[in-house]
Design a protein around this ligand. Structure first.
Ligand code: AR6
Length: 199
């Protein structure tokens, strides 16, 4: 990532020697930033099922990407909870937007954690399929959808770390080198920092 304006609050490196004997590594970073400003290959959007824009990070991404994003999204036929779809990023500095639909929090007994984990895995699958090297995630479901931040952060970090470790050990074409947890507020970033340090 070639951002100069935003310094990571924390970075953690995951690495594994693969079967070929060479070492691959992936950097996980916590940033406090507006995700629409990040110069990464892909940013993830916490969208709604229509994929036609909304409030929160979704609204910010559509505003910054411009009306072509909405036009493109009309042909994506929406998104189911836990799934993800990819589009170009139009006027954003990134190349792609990966749109995912997080679960609405209903108290924790409605499969929310598994669905949220699917958002992260399916987004990373699409990133790898599109040869993405750097990707930034917002705190999916923790705004309008009401998922408690600490619990959502646990799911985010667990899922991403497990995905990366498995790919570093097994995948032959694993393109990802940097994964950013992009927090809008300092409070959210402090929670991500604390939990990533504990992992
Ligand atoms: N950059 C990074 N993070 C942001 C930004 C930004 N520019 N703006 C907000 N956030 P939310 P959800 C953070 O509500 O809970 C939309 O209307 C925000 O502080 O955007 O998954 C959709 O259309 C919070 O930490 O997404 C859906 O209807 C995080 O992004 C619904 O909201 C997620 O908050 C989805 O709700």
């Amino acid at each position: 990532m070639s951002n100069t304006q935003t310094k990571p609050i924390l970075q953690k490196h995951l690495s594994t020697a693969n079967d070929a004997g060479s070492e691959n590594s992936v950097t996980l970073s916590v940033l406090q930033a507006d995700i629409t400003t990040l110069n990464v290959d892909a940013i993830v959007n916490a969208a709604n099922s229509s994929l036609l824009g909304g409030g929160g990070v979704d609204g910010a991404i559509h505003r910054a990407a411009g009306p072509e994003l909405l036009e493109y999204c009309r042909n994506l036929n929406g998104c189911a909870t836990g799934e993800a779809k990819i589009s170009p990023a139009f006027n954003l500095p990134s190349q792609y937007v990966i749109h995912t639909l997080g679960p609405v929090w209903h108290g924790g007994n409605d499969n929310e954690a598994a669905l949220l984990a699917s958002c992260y895995r399916n987004s990373l699958d699409l990133a790898v399929e599109n040869d993405v090297s750097s990707i930034a995630f917002p705190a999916i479901s923790t705004g309008v959808y009401g998922y408690p931040l600490e619990q959502a952060t646990e799911v985010a970090i667990d899922t991403v770390e497990a995905y990366v470790q498995s790919c570093l050990e097994n995948a032959t074409n694993f393109s990802i080198r940097e994964i950013i947890f992009c927090c809008f507020s300092a409070t959210d970033a402090a929670v991500y920092k604390q939990l990533l340090e504990l992992h």
